[in-house]
Structures are given as C-alpha cells and as structure tokens.
Design a protein around this ligand. Sequence first.
Ligand code: ZN
Length: 283
Amino acid sequence: MRWRDQRRSTNVEDRRGIGVKQGAIGGGIGILLILAIGLLTGADPGAIISQIATESGSLDNTPVVLTAAENESADFVSVVLADTEDTWQTIFQQNGMVYQQPKLVLFKGSVDSACGYAQSAMGPFYCPGDQKVYIDLDFYRELKDTLGAPGDFAQAYVIAHEVGHHVQNLVGTSGDVQRLQSQSNEATANRYSVMLELQADCFAGVWAYHADTQRQVIEAGDIEEAMNAAAKIGDDALQKQSQGYVVPDSFTHGTSAQRMKWFNAGYSTGDTNSCDTFNAAVL
Ligand SMILES: [Zn+2]
C-alpha cells in the first residue's frame, strides 16, 4: 500500500503506555459481550476465556517501551483509519447521511472498553457502546507468523473490517441483528453473525475500491494480501488448524471462501448495495 504520503487520522487514541488493572471493570459479562460483537475472527473463544480467568486479578503496570517498528505500525494504522474516514464520509453523504467517525484505540496487553475488559488474545474488535475500534498491534505479528497472512494490505483489511462494524452500528444493522439473535436458537444466531461478519468484509472491500480509485493507494499484490488474510481467518480454516475438523453450525464469521467472496464483492463494485448478505440467495 502506498501510504506514507497520505493523511493521518486525528481519531487514534494511543493507550499503549497505560497499564490496566485486569478484571477491574466488566468482568465476565463484559468479556462475553465483546465475544458477541465485532471480533475479527471466531477463533476458539473458550481458550481465550480460560486464559483471561487465569490471568485476571494482577496489576499490569510494566512500563511500555515502544520500538521504531511499533511506532511505524501505529502511523500506518492512522493512515488506514483516515482513508476509511474519507471513504465512508463520501458514501454517507451520497446517501444523505452524516458519517460519525469512530475512534481507534491502540493498546498493549489489555484494555477497558464500554464493552468490558479485553485482552489482546481476543484480537482486534469494535465496541458499539463507545464506537471505538480496539487493536493491539502485536496482532499483526500473529496475523503474519501464526495465521500466514503477511503484508500491509492484510493489516489494512483488518482495520477496514472493524470500521465496517462501525458502519453497521451507525445504520442500525448490528442492533437489528442482536435483537434477532436474542430470539433465535444458537445455530440461527450464528447464521446471523456470519451475515453480519461477511457484510463487514464486503464493506472492507468497498473501502479498498474507494481508497484505490480516489487516492490510488493500492499497489501490486495488495488485493491478494487482503484476500489471503480473509482466507486465513475463515472459520473452517481456523477450526481445522485448532481442532482438526469443522463444525459448520458453530461458524460465526463465515468460511474462507465466503470471506474472500464478500470482500471481493465490495472491492469489485465499490457499492454498499452489493453487500446485502442478509438477502443473498447464497452466502
Ligand atoms: Zn468482525
């Protein structure tokens, strides 16, 4: 991605130097809320919760020293966020609406949000309660080394997906889905979650289209990096990796093929109308 000469966002909240007393706010309820909304992947929530249970209660006040690479990573994220602001501001305007920009919180290790206490093991997430995207930039190392999705545009896709959840929050889709889920059995609730997540992937694709056509930031190989990331975080890929088999009823984010398909649906059209995962004949 050609990003260095682009605009930076003023909506980045850098909390990487701030320790959080673990488990201080939210507790178990907050954790479940976060798992229900806005995560990038549906990977192994059980393992995440048990990790939180064993680590809670201690005070994390280790001084944080940021490396040059970490600061560059934060700079990059700020550019991607700014580009999503420009993209969604234009799209909202074209539809007679005003885009309220989300904040993006950088944290290290753990963080308090309006959705409760979160640890970086959960991966990046969006909290509708405070309209903020949360990311520990160490996730990008995991994305590259553990999940096999390297490249700056894979990283940009992650931010654009979470901003996609913010768009869903602004237009009321996530609220509608939560109401439907509360009246459904687990398998049906999971299907609603998949539709919501695939739409966030499609919105990430819509962003990529506009970033390219308006600001020409996309370089050779970028779209492949995003598509590869979408494939590597598909529910089937993650379940195969963690447990060796797949349970389709438990999918919450969609398969690799679906995540690639919907990112591409947004990218090839740049049109949010191509992101109607809720009424699609085939997901
Ligand atoms: Zn998501």
